[in-house]
Design a protein around this ligand. Structure first.
Ligand code: ADP
Length: 551
């Protein structure tokens, strides 16, 4: 801008200078022409007097250098000319100054010569004898005048040029300085130029708009960062060259990456072949999926190409922890195998006994015990199927069961009463102590918790042992504990006994009518009630299972 203003000022100054030179020259030229013409008139008067007194002989000794003198008769014929041969000269009657002199007695004119480099001034005076005396003088044209003044004009031009450069520089800097000093952060605080006010107001409103948009964008970006950052799934964004442009904390943790991993190659972070495979696919525009093992857990990798205008601009990588899912699938598979196996054994027994009876291969005295065995195995199967049904019902969340305020003590009393015959048969004393404790829950499930725990405490007890069921009512929780003096559970089994079909001693469990599902049902039912299960056991001394229900 400074340069532009500087150039403009210089240009204007020089234009004014050149125009002034021409104007002044023109004016001076006219002024001097008039002066010359007046002098020429005077000279013409003097010469006219000479010619009137002396006749044509006046010209004989006349020495004229600057002027040209001509004498022309009334018909326009040149009688004398100081510059040319009169024989070669044409008729001068039509000359303007001659015409004027014939009519008015005096005439004058100014004419350019053919080359335009010279102009002639003419004065003509009619003498008493009718002849006309004409004096003329050459005057250089304005251009030749200028040419003659080239040197001084150039000097003045140079001085003007230097002056205009210096002044133009100062002026342009002075004009631009306030513009350069505008505080764009506070556009409205600048008052130097009124003409800039609309422009500054516009900047101010645009800045406000931009600040609002920036704040909105920052908020959205924060929200997105928070969402991505708090995701349990790993998320990585890669550019088209496979370099990391964004990575959330879950992914960093999984791949043991630091904060400096942005911009580094994904494959330098994780050299896993499956990952390389899906990444290569995604970078070619194909969706890829695979599973990998990281830190001993299973992860599913999803790689989605980010395509814009048919060009792969990058890849979004997602890492999902599928360990639980795989475990659940494995449990389901094992469960099916276990169920088939558990059902097969009693079925084989039933089928064997029935076959012997059918073929009449059993002694009369053994028939009743055989029928008893069939009944016992059928009972085991029924128990097993009932447990499976309960468990699958719990797996589905037991959503159809009614929640109500239930007194756990009353339920425990009912369970204890119904298990009394088994306890007596096993020579185990069963007792209940505690206080009424109301919790909100599903009565059937709460009953099955107490029932299964008491059942186990009787089944895995010693002869003449005891089972003590206690219900305690604390501030914000109800504690059910079932303590027995039984065989106890070794520490390595304590966690596993809640797995489906897990038994510490399979034959003992079967001998006492166990299905291996009782504690799984307890675990699920407790989970539905947000209850916590704790087990304290010593082999040979007995076990205590404590279930804590929130109120
Ligand atoms: P089961 O039908 O075999 O009793 P559970 O799921 O109820 O199945 O129990 C799993 C295993 O845990 C049992 O087989 C048994 O070995 C062990 N167990 C459960 N409760 C007790 C207890 N009170 N004392 C000793 N062992 C127990």
């Amino acid at each position: 801008m400074t340069k532009r203003i500087f150039r403009s000022i210089c240009l204007v100054a020089l234009t004014v200078f050149v125009a002034s030179v021409f104007l002044i020259m023109g004016l001076l030229y006219e002024y001097f022409s008039d002066a010359m013409q007046a002098q020429l008139k005077m000279q013409t008067d003097l010469a006219a007097q000479g010619v009137t007194n002396e006749g044509i002989s006046y010209f004989h000794d006349l020495k004229v250098t600057n002027y040209r003198i001509s004498l022309i008769d009334m018909n326009g014929n040149v009688l004398y000319d100081s510059a040319s041969d009169i024989a070669k000269m044409g008729n001068h009657l039509e000359r303007e100054e001659i015409q004027q002199a014939i009519i008015k007695g005096y005439g004058e004119s100014r004419r350019y010569s053919a080359t335009l480099t010279e102009r002639s001034l003419y004065c003509a005076q009619k003498l008493d004898d009718g002849t006309i005396l004409r004096l003329s003088i050459s005057q250089r044209s304005i251009f030749t005048l200028l040419l003659g003044m080239v040197q001084p004009v150039c000097i003045v031009f140079l001085i003007a040029l230097v002056l205009s450069i210096v002044l133009a520089k100062q002026v342009s800097q002075k004009i631009v300085k306030p513009i350069n000093e505008i505080d764009l952060d506070n556009p409205l605080s600048n008052e130097e130029y009124d003409e800039l006010s609309p422009f500054l107001r516009r900047i101010d409103s645009q800045q406000k708009q931009m600040r609002a948009q920036k704040a909105e964008l920052a908020q959205k970006s924060d929200e997105l960062d928070t969402i991505i950052g708090s995701m349990n799934e790993g998320m990585i964004l890669l550019n088209s060259k496979g370099k990391i442009i964004s990575i959330n904390s879950a992914a960093k943790k999984l791949l043991d990456a630091g904060n400096d991993c942005i911009g580094s190659d994904m494959l330098s972070l994780c050299r896993n072949l499956e990952l390389q495979d899906v990444l290569a696919k995604a970078l070619h525009g194909e969706q890829g999926q695979n599973s990998i093992k990281l830190h001993g857990e299973s992860y599913q990798i999803d790689a989605d190409p980010i395509v814009s205008e048919n060009i792969v601009k990058g890849t979004a990588l997602f890492l999902f922890n599928v360990t639980e899912k795989e475990k659940a699938e494995q449990i389901r598979r094992e469960f099916t195998a276990n169920v088939s196996h558990e059902l097969k054994t009693p079925l084989h027994s039933i089928s064997g006994y029935a076959e012997l009876l059918k073929n009449d291969m059993v002694k009369e005295a053994d028939k009743i015990p055989f029928a008893g065995k069939i009944y016992e195995e059928a009972g085991r199967m029924i128990q097993l199927v009932e447990d499976i049904i309960s468990l699958s019902h719990l797996d589905e969340g037991a959503g159809d069961m009614q929640w109500e305020n239930t007194d756990l003590y009353t339920l425990a009393d009912k369970a204890v009463q119904s298990l009394e015959p088994q306890a007596n048969a096993a020579c185990v004393t069963l007792a209940l102590s505690g206080v009424p404790a109301v919790i909100n829950g599903i009565p059937q499930l709460l009953y099955s918790i107490v029932y299964n725990l008491c059942d186990n405490a009787i089944k895995y007890n010693h002869e003449n042992g005891s089972v003590m069921v206690t219900i305690e009512n604390e501030n914000n929780k109800v504690v059910l504990s079932v303590q027995d003096t039984g065989i106890g559970i070794a520490p390595e089994h304590q966690e596993r006994i809640f797995e489906r079909f897990y038994r510490v001693d399979k034959s003992h469990s079967k001998a006492v009518g166990g299905t291996g599902l009782g504690l799984s049902i307890v675990k699920h039912a407790a989970k539905i009630h947000n209850a916590k299960i704790e087990i304290k056991s010593l082999v040979g001394k007995g076990s205590t299972v404590i279930v804590t229900f929130p109120k």
